[in-house]
Write a protein that binds this ligand. Sequence first.
Ligand SMILES: N[C@@H](CCC[C@H](N)C(=O)O)C(=O)O
Length: 276
Amino acid sequence: MKFTKMHGLGNDFVVVAEFSSVPEEISLLAQKVCDRHFGIGADGLVLVMPNAGEADFTMRIFNADGTEAEQCGNAVRCVAKYVFDKGLTDKTEVLLETRIGVQKLQLFVEAGQVSQVTVDMGEPTLSGTKIPTTVDKEQVVNHPVAVPGGEFPFTAVSMGNPHAVIFVEDLQGIELHQTGPQIETHPLFPRKTNVEFVQVHKPDDVTMHVWERGCGETLACGSGACAVVVAGVLTGNTARKTTVHLKGGDLHIEWREADNRVYMTGPSVIVFEGSY
Ligand SMILES: N[C@@H](CCC[C@H](N)C(=O)O)C(=O)O
């Protein structure tokens, strides 16, 4: 199987474009290739496939534990670079079908290669049961979650996948590897959740650390950064246009008032090619 190793701000993926549909044993394949000791090593396995409908391509994303995610902002940017840089398209506006629908990608090209991508990440879902959480409210804002590591007020946002966003005074005081998995698997979240801890420097400038569902700590999470800005606006912590600093670099996020959609801009990188 030919693959391309890519990353979006250190959130890394094995990208494969060899299949026309999802293979039966995809969960096992994802676990094997993502293993950092016995496989290639990645946070996720990404399939790029042809699309039979209005979109240009189809993407599916599988976490390192073999579970399928509905959405992945960093992987979407990687796919944009993959299809353009490899000559599968010459369009700079690409339609990509993911499990949450067709996403529009704007590609910025420098010297014939994609350097940055803006992704229309769609409208956030805020209804507690739709995210899903077990909290039956229109919005779940600063709701308490109690775990052995402490009690935290979280704001729940779905960007197609679930996120629990927690604003804290000092990120250094957070034991991410302890509290992350405790919140990820808390009964409040029937399909588990991604967990973002955020420190606000200025309303348009925040730092986020992320514990991802199905992967553990990653260096960046695109859908998570979008959820952070939505939660930031709902809680009065951030502006609608905010730079989110992650361990792997920066993302520029805008939750646009005019259309209620979230736009994410950031880079993606090809690291190497191989066969497995
Ligand atoms: N890193 C991704 C999100 C990947 C999926 C996530 N772990 C989930 O299970 O929802 C991103 O950049 O959005």
